[in-house]
Design a protein around this ligand. Structure first.
Ligand SMILES: Nc1nc2c(ncn2[C@@H]2O[C@H](COP(=O)(O)OP(=O)(O)OP(=O)(O)O)[C@@H](O)[C@H]2O)c(=O)[nH]1
Ligand SMILES: [Zn+2]
Length: 380
């Protein structure tokens, strides 16, 4: 069967339509071809919902359906929360190979957004897979908070996703205070130094939102994160623009809304990119695998220069961090956030290590039990 690659591209399929390899193709793309070659009768579809016994997948912007899970992705009987890792189960944004209404393979992930989940057992959750860009949305109003941006960036970086900071309400900021935009951008100067793109926009104005076009090419998948009221829905509507008007015109003739997007979770844009919208994006807790040093390289570089290797940057003499703060070279709030986030990541990392040790122990106990049963009843 020849899959409809155009339809797939509208929901984020990144390979060229002719299905042939390219010289500059990534290692993951090459892996995809290998998996696809191993299942010549299967075709790709993208997960938009995860259920106990199967998935809702889409094979184009206007078509979604349920498929059966592979047995090994299902939680075994007597399943305990946290015992199946996110690497063992597909999630939103994953690409499956399907035959009829059955999933036969999971394509390796190009990127992941994960979070730690609260609860008795340490657990990681996959929020979305195969995302190219995360737009970290923050309004240039009273809600403007560089610390929150730092937190989001810490959590989404490292999974292979490119973060872009989108400062909305630039129109209001400019009207209220001429310095608001440059002031906010200055607060984020360290991000820019780290190569994180920062764009100020009026989310209601299509011309202004065009500043984000370079991340919205055909086959790209993006997600928007940010606090309530930051402008995520406004941005989505502006990105949808013309398409949305077209859709409502068509709907007048077709009460079933056949031309509306398949699902709120996966929104195809007229630009050819698509947005993933999942509730998981609203609350992000560290998994313990985040790289604080990458996100706070300025602070870490200063700490290297402290006189004492184990400097706590409190009252120690020769503390380069305190010196930088006193000299106005390091924002004390950024430093406080560095300490806070470092603590959170370290806490999660401890829980992760504990969980892994526990799992290894369970395995040993399980093996010993099997051995005893084998001795008693013989191999069966
Ligand atoms: N003037 C102006 N208003 C904006 C801009 N972005 C958002 N708004 C307004 O801010 C309010 C909140 O925007 P939303 O898009 O609903 O925010 P959200 O991030 O989707 O919020 P939740 O759905 O609660 O997560 C709305 O009244 C928007 O019209 C902007 O760039 N300029
Ligand atoms: Zn110090």
């Amino acid at each position: 069967m020849i899959p409809a690659f155009d339809a797939l591209q509208a929901i984020g399929w990144p390979l060229p339509a002719d299905g042939t390899g390219q010289a500059d193709e990534t290692a993951t793309q090459a892996q995809w071809r290998t998996v696809m070659a191993a299942h010549p009768d299967a075709r790709p579809a993208r997960v938009i919902e995860q259920h106990r016994s199967g998935y809702v997948v889409a094979d184009g912007p206007e078509h979604s359906f349920r498929v059966e899970s592979l047995p090994e992705w299902q939680r075994p009987p007597g399943y305990r929360k946290g015992t199946v890792t996110i690497d063992q189960r597909p999630g939103v944004g994953d690409w499956l190979l399907i035959e009829g209404r059955k999933a036969v393979a999971l394509l390796p992930r190009r990127s992941t957004i994960k979070r730690g989940a609260a609860g008795e057992h340490y657990q990681q959750q996959l929020i979305a897979a195969n995302v190219d860009t995360v737009f970290v949305v923050c309004g240039l109003d009273d809600d403007f908070n560089p610390r929150r941006i730092e937190r989001y960036l810490l959590l989404v970086r490292g999974g292979g996703v490119e973060p872009v900071v989108v400062l909305t309400k630039a129109d209001q900021a400019a009207a209220a205070d001429a310095d608001a935009v440059p002031g906010a951008v200055a607060a984020l100067v360290e991000l820019a130094a780290q190569g994180v793109a920062v764009r100020a926009v009026n989310a209601k104005d299509p011309d202004s939102v065009r500043a984000l076009d370079e991340w919205l090419g055909p086959g790209c998948t993006a997600v928007l994160i940010g606090s309530s009221g930051a402008g995520k829905s406004t941005l989505t509507n502006t990105m949808l623009g013309i398409e949305k008007m077209k859709t409502s015109a068509v709907r007048e003739h077709d009460s079933r809304g056949r031309h509306t997007t398949t699902h709120r979770a996966l929104i195809p844009l007229p630009s050819g990119a698509c947005l993933i919208d999942t509730p998981g994006m609203r609350e992000l807790k560290p998994t313990g695998e985040e790289d604080v040093a990458e996100n706070f390289s300025d602070v870490e570089a200063l700490a290297e220069q402290c006189r004492f290797r184990d400097c706590k940057h409190q009252k120690e003499p020769g503390c380069a961090v305190r010196e930088a703060i006193e000299g106005g070279k390091l924002d004390p709030q950024r430093f406080a956030n560095y300490l806070k986030l470092s603590d959170e990541v370290a806490g999660a990392a401890n829980r992760l290590a504990h969980r892994r040790a526990q799992k290894a122990e369970e395995k040993v106990v399980g093996k010993a039990l099997n051995k005893r049963l084998d001795e008693k009843y013989g191999r069966h």
